[in-house]
Design a protein around this ligand. Structure first.
Ligand code: 5GP
Length: 205
């Protein structure tokens, strides 16, 4: 049977909800999911590696990437630019690998326009209190950045209705189980299979 294309998975959710942790846990599991590394103008946090966590860029370089249409989507978030390099995502999907983008909601809505068949997953915190504890507990943000991120977080949670699935991140391993269940179900969708079977039936007749 003809090779299936990979799924485009988009994971959003407020800052501090644990998207990064859930994504790395997913990457450690035996799965067909590859992770798209974003470009950003934000400074690296301690322990972050260029090319692994992000491609760290100057504002000029980032603007050049936008001008050359190298980004599938991009957004400004808390005074920095973030964007998804296009080529890697498109080639992986073509090769049949599922690609996960961990991006904020404005970028996700741009992807939705270009890839209406993408799978949009919203990772939500068990509560707002827990969300604030996680951002503060991370110890990487200034007071201003914490306030900004909490304001943006409430706006982001409002965008949940534009997603296909909501996964609560109460425990990382459980959140990963739920995402893997979604991926499995999406692969079984009749829309993804029906064309192949029609072709198969034609060959038999
Ligand atoms: P952080 O600074 O905490 O790493 O990321 C801030 C926000 O930017 C997070 O919500 C993260 O998901 C989002 N983000 C990371 N990469 C991208 C990207 O390529 N595009 C968009 N639109 N958002 C991104």
């Amino acid at each position: 049977m003809e090779n299936e294309k990979g799924l485009l998975l988009v994971l959003s959710g407020p800052s501090g909800v644990g998207k990064g942790t859930v994504c790395s846990a997913l990457r450690n599991r035996e799965s067909n999911i590859v992770y798209s590394v974003s470009a950003t103008t934000r400074a690296p946090r301690a322990g972050e590696v260029d090319g692994v966590n992000y491609f760290f860029k100057s504002r000029e370089k980032f603007q050049q990437m936008i001008a050359q249409d190298q980004l599938l989507e991009w957004a400004e978030y808390v005074n920095n630019y973030y964007g998804t390099p296009r080529e890697y995502v498109e080639s992986q999907i073509e090769q049949g690998n599922d690609v996960i983008l961990e991006i904020e909601v404005q970028g996700a809505m741009q992807v939705k326009e270009k890839f209406p068949h993408g799978v949009f997953i919203f990772l939500s915190p068990p509560s707002m209190e827990e969300l604030k504890n996680r951002i503060v507990g991370r110890g990487t943000e200034t007071d201003d950045s914490i306030t900004n991120r909490m304001t943006v977080a409430t706006e982001e949670i409002d965008m949940m209705e534009h997603y296909d699935y909501v996964v609560v991140n109460d425990e990382v391993e459980l959140a990963c189980d739920r995402i893997q269940a979604i991926v499995l179900a999406e692969h079984c969708k009749k829309e993804r299979k029906i064309k192949q079977y029609r072709k198969l039936l034609k060959e038999v007749k």
